[in-house]
Write a protein that binds this ligand. Sequence first.
Ligand SMILES: [Mg+2]
Length: 159
Amino acid sequence: MKMKLLVLDLDGTLWDHEDASRLVPPFRVYGDRVVDAYGEELNLFPGVREFLEWAGERFLISIASWNLEEFVRPVLEALNLWDYFIFPKIEGHPDKAAMIERTMAELRAAGYDVDEVIYVDDRTIHVDEIMEIIPNLRFIHMWVDVGSFEELKKMLEVL
Ligand SMILES: [Mg+2]
């Protein structure tokens, strides 16, 4: 069965914090807000939860994030979002093409037939390289091509 892979950035895309690796546990969680040990806040953007719930039934969802997994996985777990993602990549370098390629290889090895990749990021760094390396990749520039997760859903609905 052919599947579409949806790859999401985290900082500035799913949430308002620009460097979630800086958050220090223990975390307190208030709905869509995480507050760290020093009172620093991270807020999910409106509609993220509903979007992931919707997208999870239509796409394989993964992550390509320049962050450190040991610090950021606990943030996603605190928000109860970790389980939406398959083979997520949260790594200390900005080479998202390498992250997405590895996720695709792991999916293939697990028996998934991915025929299209949709990559959503608030920044365009390395997008040209990514598109050269990964055929059938569609880039959506978050907050430029779409202004909300509701709009992102509408765009993906017609793909
Ligand atoms: Mg970002």
